[in-house]
Ligand binder design. Sequence first.
Ligand code: FPP
Length: 223
Amino acid sequence: MIPRHVAIIMDGNGRWAIRRLLPRTAGHRAGMQRMTELVREIFSRGVEYCTLFALSAENLQRPREELDALYALFSEYFDREAARLKEGDISVRAIGDLSLLPETVSESVRAAEEMTAGGEKKLAVALAYGGRQDLVAACNRAVAKGEEVTPETFASMLSTGGMPEVDLLIRTGKEKRLSNFLLFEAAYAELWFSDKLFPDFTARDLDRALAEYARRERRFGNI
Ligand code: FPP
């Protein structure tokens, strides 16, 4: 079985660079190249939805220079890849609090969202995203509407609204934690942790994760 929705925590760019005596930002550029390739590979396997964790709300505490380099990469990615994503029938959207990012980034994101709208396959890039923050925002929306929610209507109020729940969650970079990513959406996700640093995580590693997923028995609490 191919998972419908794959989410990836792209961790380890900084360590990848430090091991090569390069600035951390070189690791992020290598990560962007890897991400570009993986997006193509993931959808070519039949996955319909993919969510990538690029920047957490908590990452915003990092030094200014690193954040500025990341913002430049984000704009570069959305400006450069939008046409290719459209060609691949992939619609892209950003999730997270874009108001915390420079306007140059949100403008690139909006342009790419507009250009790729309607694509059959769905890519979400989490920027300035926090799972708890997203849950609280959804709760506040429900309260403002004065409506009682169900798990389904609540899910539609999250920034991932419209996407099915996560089937497979991959984290690269050796750490084994969720780091405030998709807390509601990944409730029954199968977890796959790779020791590889993100720039080293290849299509073969992705295939290993997909093969392991296919072997897992998902019971959703049943027997
Ligand atoms: C985590 O590694 C990675 C990030 C905070 C940035 C992720 C960014 C990319 C993959 C590059 C491009 C993204 C887009 C959307 C174009 P880390 O810096 O925490 O690594 P470390 O744990 O080794 O320090």
